[in-house]
Design a protein around this ligand. Structure first.
Ligand code: GDP
Length: 197
């Protein structure tokens, strides 16, 4: 069994000039606001309050870099899809995120958190598309699976898998029930340690 990570906050960046050195390997985690991204990061790292779970969706505007070993990082990308965020700020995020995917050489994998009850939305597909364009493999965490019955969760997983495409695994996930954590950690470790599939 894989254990939690020795993870610590490295830096928060609002623009590309603030990104840490592009060396080693990193895995980015993206997701709609309130999709359970922070809870997933905390469950995966085994650090209860590493990523701030927020009562105010859309508040975190920075790209947060966490160190999980020598030149190994987990990157918490800003949540998207929050209606009350002004248009110019949304555009700014889009520019910074797109640039991150286009230029970041150490990026080895993308995890997208998607609420199992919502399915893959337009902005999730944009993230997956940017990763694919950069040749970066991706997986989807189908979060909050505990809010669905087993059969409904499996149906949600199947429709997400169809939307995400054959090379993107969809892992049923629940932070409080600790479902899917092992599978997600295995994927994360493989990307961080260089066992590219
Ligand atoms: P973020 O905005 O994507 O970072 O989402 P958060 O991690 O802050 O979670 C948003 C809300 O969903 C919080 O109230 C969490 O407690 C809740 N949540 C997150 N993951 C799960 C899950 O797997 N199951 C359940 N039932 N609730 C969850």
């Amino acid at each position: 069994m894989t254990k939690g990570f020795d993870a610590s906050f490295l830096t928060g960046a609002r623009s590309a000039t603030q990104f840490p050195d592009d060396v080693g390997r990193e895995v980015a985690i993206a997701g709609r606001s309130n999709s359970g991204k922070s809870s997933s990061i905390n469950a995966l790292t085994g650090r209860a309050r590493l990523a701030r779970t927020s009562k105010t969706p859309g508040r975190t505007r920075e790209i947060n870099f966490f160190r999980v070993g020598d030149d190994r990082r987990i990157v918490d990308l800003p949540g998207y899809g929050y209606a009350r965020v002004p248009v110019d700020m949304r555009e700014q995020w889009r520019t910074v995120l797109e640039r991150y995917f286009r230029t970041r050489r150490s990026l080895r994998g993308l995890i997208v958190t998607v609420d199992s009850r919502r399915g893959i939305g337009e902005l999730d597909a944009v993230m997956l598309g940017w990763a694919a364009a950069a040749g970066v493999p991706a997986c989807v965490l189908a979060t909050k699976a505990d809010k669905l019955s087993r059969s409904a969760a499996r149906a949600a997983q199947r429709s997400m898998a169809a939307a995400a495409g054959p090379s993107t695994p969809v892992i049923l996930f629940s932070a409080p029930r600790r479902l899917g954590i092992e599978a997600a950690r295995e994927q994360l470790c493989a990307w961080l340690n260089g066992h590219d599939a």
